[in-house]
Design a protein. Sequence first.
Length: 763
Amino acid sequence: MLRALNLIQNIGKFDNVSAGRNLPFERLTIVYAENARGKSTLAAIMRSAASGQPQFITERTRLGATHQPRVIVDTGAGVAIFSNGAWSQTMPDIAVFDDAFVAENVCSGIDVGSSQRANLHELIVGAHGITLTRSLQREVDRIEIHNRALRERESSILAQIRNGMSVDAFCALRPIDSLPRQIEEATRRLAAARDAGRVAETPLFAPLTLSKIDLESLEPLLGRSVPDLDQLALARVQEHIARLGHDGEEWVGRGMELSDQLIGQGHDECPFCVQPLSGSPILGLYRAYFGEAYEELKREITSLAQDFQRRHAGDVPAAFERSIREAVERQGFWRSFAEIPSVNFDTAAVARLWKTAREHFERLVEAKRNSPLDVIEIPAEARVAVAAFNAQCDRLSGMSDSFLAANPSLERIKEQARDANVPTLANDLANLRAVESRYEPTTAALCEAYEQEKAAKAITEQRRTAARTALDQHRQTAFPAYGLAINDFLQRFNASFRVGPVDPVNTRGGSAANYTLLVEGHPVPLSANPGAQSFRNTLSAGDRNTLALAFFFASLQMDPLRVQKFVVIDDPMTSLDEHRTLHTLQEMDRLARDVAGMIVLSHSKPFLLGVWDKIQQMPKASIEVRRHGAGSTLAAWDVTGDMVTEHDRRFASAMDYIQQSNPAMERRVAESLRPMMEAYCRVAYPTEFPPGTLLGPFQAKCMDRLAGTSPIMSRTHATELRALLDYSNRFHHDTNPAYATELINDAELTDFARRTLAFIQRP
């Protein structure tokens, strides 16, 4: 409820006005103000009180004021105070029609923008629809918040994606068992496919071999002698050979071969000393010593030495190092495509062990060869050296077995590489890498947050759908009815245009209303390309204001709670054509009876007086915004005094003069007789006495028409008009230049005044 404006401080023309507390509003209150006195400021205060928006007041802060605007409004149940840029309470039941209403809901200047369409939507759907609209918009805004959060999370997740996969697909990836192993295998398959040529050309692993040194087979040979030789003879031969020194036994053995050849040739003398061989006592011992067993032993020693050389000397070390080098090269190649054991074999160290063991073995063989019948003991260092070398042989054998075990898988790799599809393998690996990236701790947290945000958005979208359904159902009723109401009011306002179907539309910014104008039945859009017909170039200023009034009145008519509304209308006749004034007054009369109260503000006294006169049978109040020093104030307005016309004053003066003669009034009464008759004839005979016609020619016309079939008035009345005119012309400036000094006779004036009043009051 709006009861009174108790205080207005520092707003527009109002410095510190408290007169309003003694000027309460009634069911109908009219407020008159000259232009620039503060009428629109009052409407702005009421708009701010209704909406709670402070800018309608703060933007009108009084120039030069040292204090902030302040308003106290009597609500009938307390006060609403505007102070420090905010209201203590709002009054949403106030509905205001003013320039701000036109700019917000109809057009800004001559253009209809998105904000006007959005506000018109709220106007149409009403309080319940606004609640539904705002509920929908809240969900739409929440979805936008979800979208921003999702975009931020998507950006972070996209930085982890390498194969162009969408964020949704990436986050939907499921864990894979043994993922590292599968990634490794896929990596190798892809690498083999990409290097298929070299894979096909590169050989598999060959066996790695290194013969052991067999001391066990050497040791029996080192301990063998000639078993049939007498020990004494053996001792004598060995003693003799010992005296011969190094290689003595070999030298003697060779000599025995030569002596046997000489004897076989028939010679019996030593080639060196030319003594008979047959008589030599030592020769028999030599033959026993170097007999068949001896030769067999020497052959075994020689054979062992040769076999050892074949296995451990010559090109064997170089071949061994070459085989190791090839194994290292193949291992380096194949390890990119399969699990290959490492080649960790120090060939230099092995070569040193090999050389030491070989030297020990060779020395033992050489010693036995030089003294076949001696028993040779194997030194401990020789055993250690050979054991160390043989251990390396065993290690090499195990490594060779592991390499050879990889050959079947390498064979498969060759086959797969030959038939592989590189893009497919690359995609397989990318997918595995994506899963790996997806479940890294940081990325997993991002995906979890993203999926949670998506789930929250889905719930919000469900609420948005429900809110939109509820709003659509409400709009299906509200919009058609509102469109009919608008056109009904346009017809009542005598407008020459209508609106087409008013439809709701949903935009990213919220709900809006859309419609077209129908001018002479032709649709005209709200906006169009330059040079085409549209709202801006089709409607006049009066038409736009009429459309705004239709919107306003229709919204109130559609409001089921309009009986609680306090309506404020600021200058509804601005830019309106004159022929719409009566229609507007009629609609305001209807509206005033349906609402709790109405305040009409205008700078036009005639319009406000028309409102006052039209709207009857309800409590009324009238207020004037007056100049007060350099500002404005509020005061009571005597409507009755302003409603009395000059014709009314003339009639009252003549009646007073007839009843009681007053010399001070006689000239005024005499001068008023002709204007009263002119006013009467203008109304009684509008066709025959149009504006600009004089009474003399009109009376003559009345006399002329008496001879015809369509007289204007009777002969008696025409004759009386002539007599009244002859008297009143004496006091009229057009017919008597000396009218101001014409003598007046009281009896004569009283008679003609009585006759004039009788003439203008006749049926």
